[in-house]
Design a protein around this ligand. Structure first.
Ligand code: ADP
Length: 194
């Protein structure tokens, strides 16, 4: 199974690339952000709870996030799926540990963590400009965007070390065009199946 984590700050292009990779490699796309937004749109209790954290640019608590992941993967995996692409998950060390346990139970470990490197000023620019057209509250205001980046650098960036120790981390330049970044990601994924 081709299980891949896309890693990088908010605005690094994970969502866009995950969508394209999912189609190219026949993967199940797991975006915890999208799943939360979907729960919010459906007005579920889980969504309502998540919203209070998301709108402020904070992380949703690990326990809630892990529960959501389990349910989503169980409900959406099909025999035809050739792997999972994780986008925006894990975001904390406890989530990464929970993911390892979850994948071990499924006998299908994470193969690689592809990290998109984009500098802070560039991601702020991208998120603010996305905020002009999307109706995401967390993109609308520079202070919330900066807060999400602070959360990223303090809570999520340390995961790079976690996966480097597992010898799974590959860093890529995330600053080219969408197609250029996609080609670089594909090259790394093709290497896995050699
Ligand atoms: P982006 O990558 O642009 O920040 P996402 O759609 O991945 O956007 O996430 C939006 C928000 O959803 C995050 O700021 C956070 O509040 C919440 N969220 C998404 N994934 C997680 C996660 N794995 N753990 C905790 N909170 C999460």
């Amino acid at each position: 199974m081709m299980n891949i984590i896309l890693f990088g700050p908010p605005g690094s292009g994970k969502g866009t690339q995950a969508q394209m990779l999912k189609d190219r490699f026949n993967l199940l796309h797991v975006s915890t952000g999208d799943i939360f937004r979907n729960e919010i749109a459906n007005g579920t209790p889980l969504g309502m709870e998540a919203k209070t954290f998301m709108d402020r640019g904070h992380l949703v608590p690990d326990e809630l996030t892990i529960r959501l992941l389990d349910g989503f993967v169980e409900a959406n995996s099909t025999p035809a799926t050739e792997g999972i692409i994780f986008d925006g998950f894990p975001r904390t060390v406890p989530q990464a540990i929970a993911l390892d346990e979850f994948m071990e139970k499924r006998n299908s470990p994470v193969m690689v963590v592809l990290s998109l490197m984009v500098d802070e000023e560039e991601v702020v620019k991208r998120l603010i400009s996305r905020g002009l057209t999307s109706n995401r509250i967390d993109d609308a205001n520079e202070e919330i965007v900066r807060n999400r980046l602070k959360v990223y650098y303090t809570q999520t960036a340390p995961l790079a070390e976690f996966y480097r120790n597992q010898k799974k981390l590959i860093s890529l330049n995330g600053k080219g065009t969408i197609e250029e970044v996609f080609e670089h990601l594909c090259v790394e994924i093709f290497k896995l199946s050699e």
